[in-house]
Design a protein around this ligand. Structure first.
Ligand SMILES: Nc1ncnc2c1ncn2[C@@H]1O[C@H](COP(=O)(O)OP(=O)(O)OP(=O)(O)O)[C@@H](O)[C@H]1O
Ligand SMILES: [Mg+2]
Length: 305
């Protein structure tokens, strides 16, 4: 069942159009990643969904049991990209305060605070002032405040990007647990995180949706034969890129340092062709691997196009 429907949503900041007529739906119970490079329009989109920013045009509707709701805000939980806390409050006080702000009674807020502090794993620090919390602890605290009122849709803006690998893993584990009960939309520019826990992805680039759909489906439909070639150095990689980029068997070439990733129409033909070009141009091939493109290759292709 559809929980959120976004139709032709746009945001114009003076000269700059940050979001350009994007449309998508979020189905109940799913975990959706809003992917895109820096400046793609993820935060702007999220600000419009949460009601922090007025859209220039377009429509956002939330449905509960199939019925449209007039004010979606009480049904949303939100963790901003750069959350700010009252550093003099303790973690427990803050979560409880968020609960009461969301309309819970004092007793109910107290009860749920203990529950959520435990789920996010900061009950031991609950009595300490937030000013002394690490980045990972603040992120967990942010999750607890976003979830205390049992929102239908949890919206997280880059919940793991600022964390170290351990903090990242911990927060992803918490999200995995939460997703059993709550629909989640989270933005990230790290594809790997999306692949780990999401069902659906929406990839935006320069304010437009470049790719959207079920992760599995996208993975299959965008998988192309691909050859990875490692040359001696960056200059050689560039030279090989120039030599092969207009060949009929090459769909797309991307080079990074001494490595080329080439999506091709036919692996055998391309392998032979590339080897011939390398010999002719005195390019030394250190490694050549034939396989299929990954979601990361698709992401890079869309973002760099
Ligand atoms: N208040 C504003 N006024 C003018 N331009 C803005 C404003 N907020 C965002 N922008 C511009 O809109 C574009 C999209 O920004 P946004 O913050 O939504 O990107 P993002 O995808 O969240 O990026 P990041 O990964 O860096 O967080 C950028 O070019 C940004 O400079
Ligand atoms: Mg952002």
């Amino acid at each position: 069942m559809t929980l959120l429907k976004v139709d032709q949503l746009s945001k114009q900041f003076k000269q700059h159009q940050a979001v350009k007529k994007i449309s998508f739906s979020i189905e109940e119970g799913r975990c959706v990643a809003l992917l895109g490079p820096n400046g793609a329009g993820k935060t702007t989109t999220i600000h419009m969904l949460t009601g922090l920013l007025r859209p220039t045009s377009g429509d956002i509707q939330l449905y509960l049991q199939g019925k449209q709701v007039a004010d979606r805000r009480p049904h949303l939980g939100y963790l901003p990209q750069m959350p700010v806390f009252y550093s003099w409050m303790t973690g427990r006080e803050f979560v409880q305060y968020a609960g009461q702000l969301a309309g819970l009674s004092r007793q109910e807020a107290e009860r749920r605070t203990e529950e959520w502090l435990e789920i996010v794993g900061i009950q031991d620090a609950a009595k300490r002032r937030i000013g002394g919390y690490s980045g990972g602890m603040k992120q967990r605290l942010g999750l607890a405040q976003a979830l205390i009122h049992r929102p239908k849709l949890l919206i997280l803006d880059e919940p793991v990007s600022a964390l170290d690998p351990i903090g990242r893993r911990d927060v992803l584990r918490i999200l995995e647990r939460i997703r059993q009960e709550t629909t989640i939309l989270f933005s990230t520019h790290i594809l790997h995180d999306a692949e780990e826990i999401c069902d659906d992805i929406i990839l935006i680039e320069q304010g437009e949706i470049a790719v959207q759909g079920r992760l599995e489906h996208i993975r299959q439909s965008h998988s192309e034969p691909m050859i990875m070639i490692e040359t001696l150095n960056e200059a050689q990689a560039k030279a090989l890129e120039i030599a092969i980029r207009n060949k009929p068997y090459v769909h797309h070439v991307a080079s990074e340092h001494q490595t080329l990733r080439v999506t091709v129409s036919n692996l055998e033909e391309a392998e032979r062709g590339i080897m011939t070009e390398a010999v002719q141009h005195h390019i030394f091939i250190r490694k050549l691997e034939a396989g299929h493109s990954t979601l990361e290759d698709l992401f890079m292709k869309v973002v760099r196009a």
